[in-house]
Write a protein that binds this ligand. Structure first.
Ligand code: G
Ligand code: G
Ligand code: MN
Length: 431
């Protein structure tokens, strides 16, 4: 039901309403919660499908939000993709957490707009009056802090706590530490083998960045990559991973020319023309053939700014570097666009492969993507193979390459060398 969006009150109304809530609660005699919600992925939807679709998605989200709330709850839309919900007469924070869970669930039900089936995600921050703050501005700030801590910990929501002041500070310190780690080369690469399903022999490896922070322990790559993207560190980080991956793969003696090392490229560098030069230079330094390097780029990254990425990808592809569309099937690239992309490989997202033996629908998707890729003269890699049955099934379906825990988990370089000489998939590759 479009139109409801406009009727959600804005930030000015929120501030007024907060004053009233404080008065109604008897200035602290009753608790109430302020939930800050941020809808994720809207930028991508606007960029790929247009602002109109983005608006329809926002409409749909606000409708669902209203459906989740009780009559006494109040909802606001404060900026682009941010919403605030006030939950009055609270028994405890747990009650507001339930509301957040309900809202997250509602957001995750797919939205069908203009023939696209989209899934939404929200990140939420929760602050409780009067426990966390006694004035409106400060309460909003607490919810913002909780939300940014949820984001940096890759969680769906977080409740404000005084400790989080140090947690947000810790995001800052994480940035500083990450910068040092990149400078010192303290980011390690783990490698996960891929096999050729015809020859049943290793055909290459995917490199996956790993970072152990001194202050925070192991930090997940999606978390530190996002920090790098937001703080301008993504280019130096990419420079590091490209060089380490090329150098280490050269150390593996006796590789056939078909053996490739894959690197995941972040969307953020696809807009940076410098990245081409940087990769070409690294190939020159380490002496790898361009065809021995594969760049994995997610479908959604390619679509973030299709014109710019087309230019950069065309330039890289013309050098002979392999370009692979990662997590294929989770975005929504149109086939007409796919036709023009300078790529030579599709990587079927693991979400389809993991359950393909139990779920007939998933198996059909996998088979369709394999056929689609072959019709476009692209090679296909399936990732997320966790058992022999799916490996056999994929070989039967004509899939070219396979990767997954069943073959090997990502491992440090030294372990990769051992794996290559001991595994039945690896032995014959080394001359
Ligand atoms: O490595 P894991 O096993 O947890 O990877 C999680 C996610 O992080 C994956 O989507 C993977 O593509 C991404 N990732 C891992 N290493 C890198 C990297 O060096 N650069 C980029 N951009 N993404 C990476
Ligand atoms: O997004 P990308 O495809 O780059 O992500 C690679 C991620 O997939 C890594 O986090 C890696 O650990 C994970 N992965 C690789 N093989 C399997 C598998 O067989 N099962 C599961 N669950 N994850 C896998
Ligand atoms: Mn990948």
């Amino acid at each position: 039901m479009p139109g409801k969006l406009q009727s959600l009150p804005d930030r000015a109304r929120l501030l007024d309403e907060l004053d009233e809530c404080i008065a109604r609660s008897g200035h602290g005699a009753e608790l109430f919660a302020l939930i800050l919600l941020k809808l994720r992925g809207l930028g991508t939807i606007n960029g790929e499908l247009g602002n109109e679709v983005g608006d329809l998605v926002l409409d749909e989200f606000s409708n669902r939000l209203m459906e989740c709330l009780r009559p006494s709850d109040l909802a606001f839309r404060t900026t682009g993709a941010k919403f605030v919900v006030l939950v009055p007469s609270l028994v405890g924070a747990g009650q507001a957490e339930l509301a957040i869970k309900k809202i997250s669930q509602a957001a995750k039900q797919s939205v069908d707009v203009n023939g696209h089936s989209l899934k939404l995600n929200v990140t939420a921050g929760l602050a409780v009056y009067p426990e966390h703050a006694q004035d409106p501005q400060r309460l909003i700030y607490c919810a913002e802090t909780a939300m940014s801590s949820a984001k940096s910990l890759a969680k769906a929501f977080a409740v404000y706590s005084k400790k989080q002041i140090t947690k947000t500070l810790s995001v800052l310190s994480l940035e500083t530490e990450l910068e040092k780690a990149i400078d010192n080369g303290d980011i390690e690469l783990h490698y996960q083998p891929k096999i050729n399903l015809k020859s049943q022999q290793v055909s290459g490896v995917e490199s996956l960045a790993r970072w152990k922070s001194k202050a925070h322990g192991a930090v997940r790559p999606d978390v530190f990559i996002e920090i790098a993207e937001r703080s301008g560190l993504i280019l130096p980080l990419t420079l590091l991973t490209v060089n380490v991956a090329l150098r280490q793969s050269r150390e593996l003696q006796g590789w056939s020319r078909e053996f490739s090392v894959a690197i995941n490229l972040s969307a953020a560098v696809l807009n940076d023309p410098e990245v081409c030069e940087l990769i070409k230079r690294a190939l020159g330094i380490w002496g790898n053939e361009p065809g021995q390097l594969t760049l994995e780029i997610t479908e959604s990254a390619m679509m973030e700014d299709p014109r710019k990425s087309l230019k950069i990808l065309t330039s890289l592809r013309s050098e002979g570097i392999n370009i692979s569309i990662d997590d294929f099937g989770t975005g929504y690239s149109s086939l007409s666009y796919l036709k023009r992309l300078p790529v030579n490989e599709l990587k079927i997202d693991k979400s389809f492969v993991l359950n393909m033996m139990q779920d007939e629908g998933d198996a059909k998707i996998v088979k369709s993507v394999i056929d689609l890729a072959h019709n476009f003269d692209l090679a296909v890699v399936a990732e997320g193979i966790e058992n022999q049955e799916s490996l056999d099934q994929l070989a039967e379906m004509g899939c070219n390459f396979a990767q997954g825990f069943y073959i090997a988990r990502p491992m440090p370089f030294e372990d990769l060398k051992k794996w290559l000489s001991s595994s039945s998939w690896g032995k014959q590759t080394i001359a």
